[in-house]
Design a protein around this ligand. Sequence first.
Ligand code: ADP
Ligand code: MG
Length: 730
Amino acid sequence: MAHFRFKAIENSINRTPVTSEAPGKKVSDYFATNVFSRDTMQKYLPKEVYRSVVEAIETGQSIDRKVSSQVALGMKEWANVNGASHYTHWFQPLTGMTAEKHDSFFELSESGQAIEHFSGNALAQQEPDASSFPSGGIRNTFEARGYTAWDAGSPAFIMEGPGGKTLCIPTVFVSYTGETLDYKAPLLKALHTLDKAAVDVCQYFDKDVTRVNATLGVEQEYFLVDISLFDARPDMVITGRTVFGHSPAKGQQLEDHYFGSIPDRVYAFMNDFESEAWKLGIPLKTRHNEVAPSQFECAPVFEEINLAVDHNLLLMDLMDKVARRHNFKVLFHEKPYAGINGSGKHNNWSLVTNTGKNLLSPGKTPKTNLQFLTFFISIIKAVHDNADLLRASIASAANDHRLGANEAPPAIMSIFIGSQLTYVLDEIETMVKKNKMTPEEKTQIKLNIGKIPEILLDNTDRNRTSPFAFTGNKFEFRAVGSSANCSSPMMVLNAIVANQLRLLKEEVDALLEKDIKKDEAIMKVLRSYIVSSKNILFEGNNYSDEWKKEAAKRGLSNIETTPLALDAYVSKKSEKLFHDNHIFSEREIEARHEIMLETYTKKIQIEARVIGDLAANHIIPVALNYQMKLSENVERLKGIGIKASSYSTQIEMIEEISSHVSAIKKNADAMIEARKKANRIESARDKAIAYCDKVKPYFDEIRTHVDKLEMLVDDEMWPLPKYRELVTIR
Ligand code: ADP
Ligand code: MG
């Protein structure tokens, strides 16, 4: 067994960097060459068809069936010219992965000749056999089929594989009765309500605003590990993380990895996936080492949110494929290694109008600043009122390891806005009066609001511990896990903000009816929001224990585990919010809730099995083997008449091994019992809770003893690559 580990280490040491396949050209020469972009469409589509596609994209409408056959023709031609033989609808089922089902363009004509064909119908809609995707019972009760439908807001692209190319068409995935079965459709719905609500509010300030979209820039953290070391760890192969492993003597204590120079092998890998990404129009911009050894990060320039989400998913897929060429495995898991920083996916989010104005960037006049404050404060209020839902949107078995650990934001939702904006909000709170304000008071507050841009310019506050931080012209949601599909948190964020903006408009309009002037009406409503939601503002260290205490005092929730966090999806309040904003029916969100619980349960179940198997088949036999060697040693020493005190250490070690082995065995057996019990539970929620509270605690118990054995047993015999080996990239 152990020699497998050494073979893997040897492989990892002897790697020479694979030369990158990067085209030796300027990025601008090949950026988005594999995308059916607007430029390309203009070349391949008749003018009127092109125009109606652009209009559909800009208004968020679906494309006319008549037009879609002409789009299909142009798309097929482009795809064929570029060497694509197949096409697929590319969608995001609730498995959390992207899915594809490839069909060839090839068809036989009536006379039996081979032709390339792609119909408007095939472009607009496909019916993948969806029965093996999770649906929370929706498809069972209604129709067995689901269908995918083109989302014109995200352009088609050509994916290059070894020896073949495929045209991919981004789609939503719905059941025949119209319930959404994916991540994309709810996000699009949330964006639709957000658009309406935000435009209505913008109308108070700027009549030219007719459309508001959200923008997103995703910072993606990941670990790299040599593929043969990875393959030698069944736990990593099956669960994406190490379930055992003693911390290395040198971890990240020295903090010498962050922004350090990038190892050659990694550099080649980065160049390679970046150029692949650029071909697909993914605007990657930055790359660097992260805090932990063998951890890295990349980030694109922000884009319209729907596209940014697709691009992040595509990027993860691409990185995984390109990594294989470089003999790496990319770990997107939130916590691949205990005791070493986990990985997140910071979601930088803002709102932009059709006039090109970033609504979270203060303007030059008091009027635009009031607009900024209106959005800024509404977002704070939305997060405050729906903190639990936002927490639910980032809940997963893997992210549970990360949230609240020493290096990641806790499960407590709070917002960092910096001292200057805190001051501005305080001022509004004290200066804006509930009753009628004097003209002097109004002038004063306007003057103060006018000062915001200068203030923000020298706002150098950076709080890296906040889960939700304002960073000058955008909010950064940092609690999102590295493996997550950002659609979920972004759907929730956009939905709660849309909802809040709608409420704000109702309140402001009610004051306008009472003949209160517009600015004053807005400020009064904002003041009430500040008062009711300032509880969620926190400027201190979110990783500290004091914050946990303080947050509890403030009445903020700290829901540490996924099964309970997910409750917020189906609270009366959330169901109303989803219903009022046309995102989910009660039935849809309940189905989704069940799927999320089941996913959680399955993940823990699989980990439990891996831990049980590894302990029984890899760890215990090796420990007993070593113990045998020690006993033989003692026997021999005894045999040649050595005094007992000379081998007392060996005896102690023999005893220690026995005690760890029996503790492992005892806990593994108890874990199996706990699993059996949990499996008998009917309710998805109770079962997930049982897995969380009754099964999972054994993981650490077992691990402690296995990790102790790792330190005791002869290194030559140890079967699993050790932490120091995994995190060292040569
Ligand atoms: P940091 O590491 O300091 O958080 P980065 O520069 O690595 O910052 O990442 C910031 C991300 O925020 C980038 O993806 C950037 O494009 C994105 N971003 C900047 N402005 C906006 C905006 N208005 N809306 C959304 N994302 C934005
Ligand atoms: Mg960041």
